[in-house]
Write a protein of this length. Structure first.
Length: 317
């Protein structure tokens, strides 16, 4: 049976929804761009109503990231210090307990040998107490060396087997087997001690690598924070500086027109920025208009005085 053919002549096995998916993604990107454009326009229109609010906003915009970075740095350093202390304590405990395990194997072997020779009840009780301590110590190793679970299981099984061999009536005939058991226990205890040392070294390397990563992260965070702070400072200085420059230009224009005495002043004064600066610009505009009116009135009075003077001179002749 022939494969169905699509309208464009290609086999219908090709996915027909690829074009729809591309159009949907294109529309989603356009909507996202429009959304961000509107958001940026709204943010650009947000202006403080007073110069004090502008100063507070600028100081907050620069200080809040710095404070956040300080808090984050303090938190990260404290967490690193706590984890390092925990790793050190864990490594010390693992090293100590495995070393104690090695010593307990030696002490248990000495007591077992004494009991094998003397067959004294008190020696057997001392041996049992030491054996119980040895087993408890072996089980405690699992808290710090969980990856050595199989070794610890074999160790406990050999201790129990050695104990069963020691309690036999003719234990003297099994001295070599007991010696072999204790030799194996000593090797396993020594291996656990080496594993604890290796784990301590590995954790120290991990903490050193983590400290290096944290240092690098904090360095780049500081660089980024400095860049952002400088950008925000430049932005707010620009916002503050523009109305100040407008006011300065307007005052200079008023002063120059006043010194010229020709009654001509510049165009309307307009100051953009916080409401305080806008109101100050309105007052300067009122002053400009009043100054223009005063200059115009002065010019009329001067012309009238000149005309009157000429009339007086003509009448005197």
């Amino acid at each position: 049976m022939d494969a169905p053919v699509a309208r464009d002549g290609n086999p219908a096995a090709q996915p027909r929804g690829e074009g729809d998916l591309a159009r949907a993604m294109h529309l989603a990107l356009r909507r996202a761009r429009r959304h961000w454009r509107r958001l940026l326009i709204r943010l650009a229109r947000l202006r403080p109503r007073s110069f004090r609010a502008l100063l507070i906003a600028g100081f907050s915009a620069v200080a809040i990231p710095l404070a956040g970075a300080i808090v984050a740095t303090s938190f990260e350093v404290n967490r690193l210090a706590a984890d390092s202390q925990e790793a050190i304590n864990r490594a010390v405990r693992a090293t100590l307990i495995t070393q104690y395990l090695v010593d307990d194997v030696d002490a248990t072997e000495r007591m077992a040998r004494r009991y094998m020779v003397l067959r004294d009840r008190d020696l057997f009780d001392d041996y049992m107490a030491r054996k119980t301590l040895l087993l408890d110590r072996a089980r405690a190793v699992l808290q710090y060396l969980p990856d050595q679970r199989n070794t610890v299981k074999v160790f406990i099984a050999d201790v129990n087997a050695m104990h069963g061999l020691l309690r036999q009536r003719y234990g003297r005939n099994h001295r070599q087997e007991l010696v072999d058991y204790f030799a194996g226990l000593a090797r396993m205890a020594s291996g656990l001690s080496q594993a604890a040392n290796a784990q301590a070294t590995r954790e120290a390397e991990e903490m050193r690598a983590r400290a290096e990563r944290t240092r690098t992260l904090l360095f780049w965070q500081a660089i980024a924070l400095i860049a952002v702070s400088m950008l925000l400072s430049w932005y707010f200085l620009r916002i503050i500086g523009k109305p100040v420059r407008d006011i300065d230009s307007a005052i200079r224009a008023l002063g120059n027109s006043g010194e010229a005495g020709d009654g001509r002043t510049e165009g309307a004064i307009r100051v953009d920025g916080p409401q305080d600066f806008v109101e100050l610009g309105h007052r300067l505009e009122w002053l400009r208009s009043r100054l223009g009116e005063a200059e115009a009135q002065k010019s009329r009075l001067d012309r009238k005085s000149v005309v009157e003077g000429k009339c007086v001179d003509m009448g005197g002749r």
